[in-house]
Write a protein that binds this ligand. Sequence first.
Ligand code: NAD
Length: 330
Amino acid sequence: MNVIFYSTRKYEKDVFEKQNKSGHHFRFSELQLNRETASMAKGSDAVCAFVNDDASASILEELFEAGIRFIVLRSAGYNNVDLKKAKDLNIKVARVPAYSPYAVAEHTVALMLALNRKLIRANSRVHDLNFSLDGLTGFDMNGKIAGVIGTGQIGEIVIKILHGFGCKILAYDKIENQSLAEKYNVEYSDLDNLYSESDIITLHAPLTAETHYMIGKSSIEKMKNGVMLINTSRGALVNTKDVIKGLKTGRIGYLGLDVYEEESKLFFQDHSEDILQDDVISRLLTFKNVLITSHQAFLTDTALRNIADTTLYNLDCWGQNSSSPNEISI
Ligand code: NAD
């Protein structure tokens, strides 16, 4: 198959070229898929897209006109694709349902620990030969109440790790996993109770109409003073302006983000020479108790290899005129 890759970075290109055993023809572009770049797909059979590529209705129409009949996502989430439009156009869409939930879960806990033990401040202090401990007091994870929203693949591993620390786990999911609950002593709860009881709240639900801005003014008001909030799921689960207000009052004591609702204009790119135009992230960056990574929770060698292997498998299936089990249907 002839495949055009959008939003490609070197670390992905190398793995895809190495794992390409079926002789697919790749064209790699660093550009995001959007209105300006959709026409670049002409001459390809398939588009390979990532989390911030725009596969909304009008872009899909352009891709169809350009000859695209397949879209392979290098991600698990697919909130950036208009699946109904894809179906109407008979464009098949497949994803990588699981590449390493461990990668994301472990990064989630890395954010928690780095925030709690103020590792970033501590590290910059010692590099400045300041060995004082003032302001670096953390808290024991043991015995704290962690509220986990979304107990799918990633949420489950986060629970396993936090259970290992001795945290008590409250969870919320539309579908409760009773065997998980028994194994790690998880108490499923309604959201209001989870918000008011948790010392740490971590988000692992997908972005849907229902979860959009689930963390905003009214949910933040229910939270404990000084709560730690972590989002490694999708940016728009969180109303960032409301979170900034929560940080200013101290209601939110720690904020760890791997995703940001306006990330598509910033993340994955080097803007170090630019003037920052986004006033919201610029305010976030002024808080000492905020830690932001630019959507890197997935980024481990295992995950990259698994993403490439599953994406190539999806292409192989279509190349042989069969369907892939990873197709997303509505
Ligand atoms: P999953 O499908 O295994 O689990 C999602 C869980 O959320 C399911 O148990 C589902 O029932 C639950 N859910 C759905 N709607 C809900 C709602 N309204 N309220 C509460 N729970 C709800 O997905 P996963 O593999 O665990 O991934 C979770 C999310 O993590 C993905 O949707 C994706 O957005 C994000 N993700 C981020 C990265 C990253 O690099 N930061 C990488 C992979 C995935």
